[in-house]
Each structure stands twice: as structure tokens, then as C-alpha cells.
Ligand binder design. Structure first.
Ligand code: ADP
Ligand code: MG
Length: 946
């Protein structure tokens, strides 16, 4: 087997029997076995081995006493040829086989490398050269039928070739020929004789077209062919009367081997799908005729000419090898048919191994030497190996055709698919086009509609814009008109409203002022009346026992009743005033001043006017009654005085009366009674006011006393008051008050001042002339309750003037008033209470009407609150009612509420609201408590349900 042969060859270097091709003596031995077609693979020297045949029987006998003619040194691959007994020559060969060398080893060393090379695509030659009978045929053509170990190179080579080829793809063909006397005979078809040698003029390749070429199917068929060939050789030689030793036997083995495409590669080393490659190679196994010369052999019946012919081929081979060995420019290849057949084997492109066979007999020393020399010369022949590779165009063509068919089929299908797709696309395209056309039509119509619509919209917009412009202009003109109208209306209305308001205010103010004056007058008159009544009662009681009392009692009763009614009326008026002020407040604080409010106010004003008219009527009625009563009283007094005087009692001076406010009329009456009224009136008329006033400064104390009394009496008359003031009486009275040591003068002067102080104009004069300071000094210094009562009455009157309040307070008026409570006299306390009530009332009015004052009450500032609280429930009803009214006024204003609450006034107010005998005051207190958030919060805090 090839692999086994290869391993044996690989192991050969360790022994003497190594492969000739494995020797490193020539680069050709290690040359690659594969290369490109037609490419030179480098030099490969002809390998030469020598084999020694064992002695045969004859030689064993004949040469028994002689040593061999050669001495082998196989381990050195050397051979010593004995020249004589003492001399020998040594030759180096590629391999030296001793007589014991096996057939197998000889094959593996000599032939196997050539066989493998042939299987790789190179031509190869194995040739045996030697004297007849030295074992050439034994080495090459032994069939080994009896002993397989005897099988020669031909059989072993074909074994390996058949094993290495594939009968399906590869072909192995053989021709077996014999060359004798320059004639080629076909050993496989003996009838074919003298077969011509054909040469390719281009390549120089030699072929034998006439020879039988038998393709081997298997190894056994080859053995049969060899046997046939051998038989035909023997028969031919017999027929020709020749010896086989004189003919050359040539076995030609043609191998065509397919190389798989994958084994091919391009120059870059990358694989490609090249066409399959066929390697065509040829193995020549040549069993040469015996190398001894024919003529020398002494063959009988052969002419010299025949002998030349028999030797021609071998001689020509020798010449060629010589020429090749000597690198002769001319190699006579064409000299013989053998050299022509072996043209590629020596100096050609084939791998060539030559085995030279020699015999041991010293008798054939010359032939042996000749063979050795032939071998030595052959060793010098250098061949150039060349791969015989060609593309397998046929199979390539077949494959390509098959591929083409496949592609045609695929193409046809593809074309069909493309055509179908194109048709489909065409249909779709048409459909799409129609849709596009349809859509375009719709779009065009839509655009047309849109265009129309847009123009419509534009027109509409334009129209709307025009209208809007008109509207804007209209609105502007309307606005302008409205503005003008509004301006006109506003100014007109405002003017009307303003005028109306001013008118209302004036009316209210006038009403209030009138009412106030009337009220003051009435209350003063009432007080005067009351004082007078008290005096008269006292006086009457003195004469009651001796006179008739019936009319007096009657009058007193009527008086009491009248007084109570007057009080009630006065308080009603005050409440009405309060309500009026509250309404005014509302009007002042009202920002809207709408028609409704105005109407309401007008209504209220009308109601008030009605009430005032009613009050006025009532008042006139009362005044009439009072006048009647006065007349009756005067009558009574006159009667009583007359009686007293008749009894001889001087009585109290009329000027000694305790109330200046009560002084004038009783004194006048008494003066009248005492004859003084006429005197005073007479004095006033005859002496004149100036003279009377000048008497006030008289050095005589009695004169001053009388004078002041006269002035005081005059001052009690309202008609005289202006005259007295104009004449400087007020100033004189003030001087007297300030300077006089006399208590009576001070008391009477204070009374006169008090009377004058009822007049509003005089109030300002009194204040302007330092009256408050003088009154305050007197209040602090005086001890007499009547003096103090006069002083308190004067201050109380001044307290009723709201324009003088601050000045009054700043000059100590309030403190002076409060200081006088030290006397505890009820008349003084009543005046003090009246003053406080007046002050609180004015303060309240000032705050509510003008809003001048924003701070808490000056009364509270000056410490009046504790006394007010302490006397709010005084047992004297005049004191109590004044205080109750004062509290109600103070409580009107939230700014005072905290002080009132903490000062205990809250409880008094609660009491007033619940217990006050007068319903109007009770209601006022209730209203005030309800209106104050501070009071409400305080009451809630103290869990007082109100
Ligand atoms: P040739 O072909 O060279 O004329 P042969 O091959 O016919 O010689 O051999 C001659 C004889 O020698 C044959 O009988 C052969 O069997 C025998 N012979 C040759 N070589 C050997 C060998 N190496 N071993 C044994 N016998 C051999
Ligand atoms: Mg032979």
C-alpha cells in the first residue's frame, strides 16, 4: 500500500535501505510532489542503485575458489570492484543492494518514489540495466505467483497505482511492448508489429498510437496482461529465433487522474471554483536487453549487421547518457527507437530510477565494470520534473451546462415572476393613476369651492369689518354723547343734590338751633319757675297760716304738673335732637347719596318737621299756661309780700335769693312788691344804664352791692341783656367777680353773669374776656353753696356752646365744675350735672356733625367719669336725669366705649336701659348699647344676656 510504502520509505534513512529519492544529495529528491500544470518543478537527478545477484549453482561450483568480483559496502552505498587481487575501485551509488536484498525493499527504495511521483502527475521511469542473467527480469518482471515475496517492481507498482486511483473517475491504461532490432512489437497483441513512434511536434511527447492500450479494471486483470505479455514475448522470441535477453521489454502505464476542484487554488492561495483538473502521467518500466555485446556473446547465426541492429538501441542509450552526463549540447536521442521512447526519461521531465544488476562472478569482471560505469554515468543525468496537469474542460463544460440549465430554469421562473410583478405593478399603477386623477379632480373642485368660499368669506369679512367700523364710530359718538350727557346730568344733578342737601342741612340746622334755643329758654324758664315756686312756697308757707291757702295750693299743684310735663317735653326734644343728629350722621357718612336715601331722609325730615311743629304748638300752649300761672303767682306773691310787709318783717333781700336764675322775676316782683321795681325801672329810665354800671365801681361798698343787684335784676330781663353787654356791664361784672371781697357781690355778680351766659353771643364774650378763669377761680375759692350754684349755673350754660368746648376745657372749666361737687349741695350738684350733660351733648353733636373731634370725650380726659358713674343713680331726679342723658351722649361714640366699660358706666347704661322711669331715655340707652360692638363684646364676655 502506498501509505505503508511511504512509512517504510520514511523509516529508510535509519537503515542502509533508504529510498533513493529521500537522499538529500539532490534538491530534486525533496521537490514538492504537486505543482501547477506545465510548470517546471526543478531538477531531479537520475537515481541509480546497484543490485548484486546471488551466486547461482554454476557459479557456486566454478567460482568456488574465487571471491566475488565486487565487494559491497551497502551501509556506505559503495561498491568496490576488484581489478585484481590487490587492487580495487570504489564506486558510490544511490543505493547498493546486496545479494540478500529482498524484492520488497528494492521496490520501495528504487521504484516506489517514482510510482508516487507518477500518481502525483509526473512522468516516471524505472529501468533495469545489466548483463544477461544478472537478474533484471527477476527484479522488474517477477510475477511472484508462487511466492508473493518474489513479486517484482511491475506487479508492486501496479498494486500501488490501482490502490491510489478511483476506477470511477480515473483511468489506468497499459501497453506492453518489445523492442527488438529497432522494431516495436505489441506484447499484448502480437500481430501488431513494427509499431511506429509518434511525436507531438509542439511538445515533443512520444506516443505509440498503434500499440494496444488496455484500461485496467483491477489488479488481477493486470497480472493477466503481464502473463499474456510474457507468453507473447517467449513465443515471439522463439519465432524470431532470438533470445529474450536481446530484446527490450517496455511496460507503459498511462494514468489519468482527476483532481478535485477544492484542491485547486489561485495565486493568492484563496480557493475558487476553478475547473476540475486532470493529471496525465506515464510510467515506463523498461527491462533492457543484456548489456553484453552481441558480437561478443558469440551468438550463432547472427550477422554483423544484425548484431549492430540488436545493439543499436542500447548503444544509442549509452551515447545519450554519456552526452547528458557530460552536459553535451547534443544528445542523440533520435538515433534509436529506444532513446526516442526514453526521451523523457533521461534529460527529460520524468523522475527516473535506474537499477543496475551485476553478478558476483569474477569471470564477468569486464561486464560488471561496464555496468558500473553505465550506472555511474547515468547518475550524472539531470532531469527537470514537470507536472502534466490540464483542466478538465469537458467536465467543466458539463458542469457549466448543468449550471446553465439550472440558471435558465431559474431565469425563466424569475422572468415569469418579474413579468407577473410588472403586470401587477402596471395594474396597480393604472389603478393609482386613476385614483390620483380622481383625487385631482376632487381636489380641483374642492379648491374651486374653497376659492369661492374664501371670496365669500372675504366679502363677508369686509362687510363685517365695515359694519364693525360703523359700530365703533356709532359707539364712539354715543360714548361722546353719553359723556356729554353724563357731564351735563352729573353737574346738574350734583348741583341739584348739593343745593338740596345744603337746603336740608340749613333747614335742619335752623330747626335744631331754634329748637335748642327754645329748649334752653324753656328749661331755663322752667328752672326759674321752679326756683321761684320753691321760694314762693317757702314764703307762702310763712303766711299760709294767716291767709287763705286754697288758690295757692291749686296753683302749686298745677305748677308741679306743668313742670313735669315740661321736663318730659324737654327730654323728648333732646331725644329727637339725638335722633336727628344720628340721621345727619348717616347722611354725612353715606357715600352713595342715592335718591332712595334722599327720599328717606326727606321723609324723616318731614316727620321731624311735623313733630317739631307739634312740639312748637304744644310749647306755645304751655307758654300760654305758664303766662297764666305767672300772673296768678304774681298775684299771690303780691298778696303774700303785702301781708309779710304788713306784719313788719323786712325779710330776705331779694338779692339774697340763692339762685341767680331765679332772681330776676321774683326780685322784680318783690321789688315791685317792695316798691323797688318801680324804683329800678325809674332808675334805669332816669339815671341810665351807664350811670348804674359806673356805680359798680363805686368806692362805697353798699352802693356797689345795690348797683350789682340792680344790674343783676336788669340782666334777668332778656331785653336788657344786650344793652348791658354793649354798655360794658359784662366786663364790670367780671371785674367784680374777680376782685370783690364781698360774698354777696360775688354771688349776685355770678348770678348776673349766669343770666347773661344764657345768650350764645354773650357766651363768646364771657369766654373772650377771661370769664372761665374768673369763674374757675371763684369755684375753687368760694364756700357759699349759693355762690357756687351761680358759678356752676354760669359754667353749665357755657358748656352748652359747642364752639367753645375746647377753650372751656383748656381754661379749666370742666375741672372747676367737677371741683364744686365737694359742697354736696343738691342745687350745686344739679348745676354740675346739667353742665356735664350739656357738654356731653355738644361733644356728641360736634363729633357726629362735623367729625372735628376724634379722640375720646374731654369729660373723660378731665376725669369726670368716676363722678358721673357714682351719681348716675342719684336719688335726686334732676341730677339723675342729667347724668343719665350725659351717659347716653358719651356712649354714642365708640371712642368712649372702652373707658365707659372699664369705668363701670356700662352697668349704669344697662340699668338705665332697664330701669329708667322715662321710656325715651330707656330706649336711647338700649339703642346705644345695641349699636356698640365694644359693649356687646364686653357683655358677651361677662355672659350678660342683653
Ligand atoms: P536476466 O534477465 O538478467 O537475463 P534473469 O532474471 O533471467 O536474468 O536471471 C537469471 C537467473 O538468475 C534466473 O534463474 C533467476 O531466477 C536467477 N536470479 C537472478 N537474480 C537472482 C536473485 N537476486 N536471487 C535469486 N535468483 C536470482
Ligand atoms: Mg531477462
Amino acid at each position: 500500500m502506498k501509505s505503508g510504502a511511504q512509512s517504510a520509505a520514511a523509516a529508510a534513512p535509519t537503515t542502509s535501505a533508504t529510498s533513493m529519492s529521500s537522499r538529500p544529495r539532490s534538491a530534486s529528491l525533496s521537490a514538492p510532489r504537486r505543482s501547477s500544470a506545465g510548470k517546471n518543478d526543478g531538477g531531479a537527478r537520475v537515481r541509480v542503485a546497484v543490485r548484486l545477484r546471488p551466486r547461482n549453482a554454476e557459479e557456486l561450483v566454478a567460482d568456488a575458489d574465487f571471491p566475488d568480483g565486487v565487494e559491497l559496502q551497502p551501509e556506505l552505498k559503495r561498491l568496490k570492484l576488484r581489478k585484481n587481487n590487490w587492487d580495487s575501485e570504489t564506486y558510490q551509488f544511490d543505493e547498493v543492494f546486496p545479494d540478500t536484498a529482498s524484492q520488497k525493499r528494492v521496490y520501495e527504495v528504487v521504484a516506489k518514489p517514482v510510482v508516487e511521483s507518477v500518481l502525483d502527475g509526473y512522468n516516471g521511469t524505472v529501468m533495469a540495466y545489466g548483463q544477461t542473467g544478472t537478474g533484471k527480469t527477476y527484479t522488474l518482471g517477477k510475477l511472484g505467483e508462487e511466492d508473493c515475496a518474489d513479486r517484482g517492481i511491475m506487479v508492486r507498482a501496479l498494486e500501488d497505482i490501482m490502490a491510489d486511483t478511483n476506477p470511477e473517475n480515473d483511468t489506468v491504461c497499459v501497453s506492453y511492448l518489445q523492442l527488438y532490432m529497432e522494431s516495436i512489437q505489441d506484447l499484448l497483441a502480437p500481430e501488431r508489429d513494427n509499431i511506429p513512434i509518434a511525436e507531438d511536434p509542439k511538445t515533443g511527447d512520444v506516443s505509440l498510437p498503434g500499440a494496444t492500450l488496455i484500461q485496467l479494471k483491477n489488479y488481477k486483470s493486470f497480472i493477466g496482461l503481464l502473463q499474456t505479455g510474457e507468453a507473447n514475448r517467449v513465443a515471439a522470441n522463439t519465432k524470431l529465433n532470438t533470445e529474450s535477453s536481446r530484446s527490450h521489454a517496455v511496460l507503459l502505464v498511462y494514468i489519468k487522474k482527476h483532481v478535485k476542484a477544492k484542491e485547486s487554488s489561485n495565486e493568492n492561495g484563496s480557493r475558487n471554483s476553478r475547473a476540475p483538473v486532470i493529471r496525465r502521467s506515464k510510467l515506463l518500466i523498461v527491462d533492457l536487453a543484456g548489456s553484453e555485446r552481441v558480437d561478443k556473446s558469440g551468438s550463432e547465426g547472427i550477422t554483423l549487421e544484425e548484431a549492430k541492429f540488436i545493439n543499436l538501441s542500447l548503444t544509442a542509450l549509452g551515447k545519450c547518457i554519456n552526452a547528458l552526463a557530460e552536459n553535451s549540447p547534443h544528445v542523440p536521442t533520435r538515433d534509436s527507437k529506444l532513446t526516442r521512447l526514453l526521451r523523457d526519461s533521461f534529460g527529460g521531465s520524468a523522475r527516473t530510477s535506474l537499477i543496475t544488476t551485476i553478478g558476483p562472478s569474477p569471470r564477468h569482471r569486464g561486464e560488471t565494470a561496464s555496468t558500473i560505469l553505465f550506472g555511474q554515468r547515468a547518475m550524472k543525468v539531470e532531469n527537470m520534473l514537470k507536472l502534466k496537469e490540464e483542466f478538465d474542460y469537458k467536465s467543466l463544460c458539463r458542469r457549466l451546462e448543468a449550471d446553465l440549465d439550472k440558471l435558465i430554469v431559474e431565469n425563466e421562473r424569475h422572468v415569469k415572476a418579474v413579468v407577473d410583478a410588472e403586470e401587477e405593478l402596471h395594474d396597480k399603477l393604472n389603478e393609482a393613476r386613476s385614483r390620483v386623477a380622481e383625487a385631482e379632480g376632487k381636489l380641483a373642485s374642492a379648491l374651486g369651492e374653497m376659492s369661492l368660499e374664501r371670496s365669500r368669506y372675504q366679502k363677508d369679512t369686509e362687510e363685517l369689518r365695515r359694519q364693525a367700523l360703523h359700530h365703533v364710530n356709532d359707539i364712539k359718538s354715543l360714548e361722546k354723547k353719553l359723556e356729554e350727557n353724563a357731564a351735563g346730568l352729573n353737574s346738574q344733578k350734583e348741583r341739584e343734590i348739593h343745593a338740596e342737601r345744603i337746603k336740608h342741612e340749613e333747614e335742619i340746622t335752623n330747626l335744631a338751633d331754634n329748637y335748642k334755643r327754645q329748649n334752653l329758654n324753656l328749661s331755663e324758664q322752667l328752672q326759674i319757675e321752679r326756683t321761684l315756686r320753691l321760694q314762693l312756697e317757702e314764703e307762702l308757707s310763712a303766711v299760709r297760716s294767716s291767709s287763705k291757702q286754697v288758690p295757692e295750693q291749686c296753683v302749686a299743684d298745677q305748677l308741679t304738673e306743668l313742670k313735669e310735663r315740661l321736663d318730659k317735653e324737654r327730654l323728648t326734644r333732646e331725644n329727637l335732637e339725638l335722633e336727628l343728629r344720628m340721621l345727619q350722621n348717616k347722611e354725612n357718612y353715606s357715600t352713595g347719596s342715592t335718591e332712595a336715601i334722599k327720599e328717606k331722609q326727606n321723609e324723616e325730615i318731614l316727620n321731624l318737621k311735623k313733630k317739631l311743629d307739634e312740639e312748637s304748638k304744644q310749647r306755645k300752649k304751655r307758654e300760654e299756661e305758664i303766662r297764666n300761672l305767672r300772673y296768678q303767682l304774681a298775684q299771690s306773691n303780691e298778696d303774700a309780700e303785702i301781708k309779710r310787709i304788713e306784719k313788719g318783717g323786712s325779710g330776705r333781700s331779694s338779692f339774697g335769693s340763692d339762685s341767680p336764675l331765679n332772681l330776676h322775676r321774683p326780685n322784680i316782683l318783690r321789688d315791685t312788691i317792695n316798691g323797688q321795681r318801680a324804683t329800678i325801672a325809674k332808675l334805669f329810665e332816669q339815671v341810665g344804664l351807664q350811670k348804674i354800671l359806673s356805680l359798680l365801681e363805686s368806692e362805697d361798698a353798699d352802693v356797689r352791692v345795690h348797683a350789682v343787684k340792680v344790674v343783676a335784676n336788669l340782666a334777668a330781663e332778656e331785653a336788657n341783656q344786650e344793652k348791658i353787654v354793649e354798655a360794658g356791664g359784662l366786663k364790670s361784672l367780671l371785674v367784680l367777680l374777680g376782685n370783690s371781697e364781698d360774698e354777696t357781690i360775688r354771688r349776685v355778680a355770678a348770678g348776673a353773669i349766669a343770666n347773661l351766659a344764657m345768650n350764645e353771643k354773650n357766651q363768646e364774650l364771657i369766654m373772650g374776656q377771661g370769664g372761665i378763669t374768673l369763674l374757675a377761680t371763684t369755684a375753687n375759692e368760694a364756700e357759699d353753696p349759693q355762690t357756687l350754684r351761680m358759678v356752676a349755673g354760669a359754667i353749665a350754660n357755657l358748656c352748652g356752646n359747642e364752639t367753645l368746648q375746647v377753650k372751656l376745657r383748656d381754661e379749666g372749666g370742666i375741672k372747676a365744675l367737677l371741683g364744686m361737687v365737694r359742697t354736696r349741695h343738691p342745687d350745686v350738684l344739679a348745676q354740675v350735672a346739667r353742665g356735664i350733660a350739656n357738654f356731653a351733648k355738644c361733644e356728641s353733636r360736634a363729633v357726629s356733625q362735623s367729625g372735628h373731634r376724634v379722640g375720646r370725650s374731654l369729660l373723660i380726659e378731665d376725669g369726670a367719669l368716676p363722678w358721673i358713674v357714682a351719681n348716675a343713680n342719684n336719688e335726686s331726679s334732676p341730677i339723675r336725669r342729667h347724668i343719665e342723658l350725659a351717659l347716653c351722649h358719651l356712649a354714642q361714640h365708640e371712642v368712649n366705649a372702652r373707658d365707659l366699660a372699664t369705668g363701670g358706666a356700662l352697668w349704669e347704661l344697662v340699668r338705665i336701659s332697664r330701669e329708667c322711669s322715662r321710656e325715651d331715655i330707656r330706649n336711647l340707652a338700649q339703642k346705644t348699647l345695641n349699636a356698640s360692638s365694644v359693649f356687646q363684646a364686653e357683655l358677651r364676655r361677662l355672659h350678660v344676656s342683653y
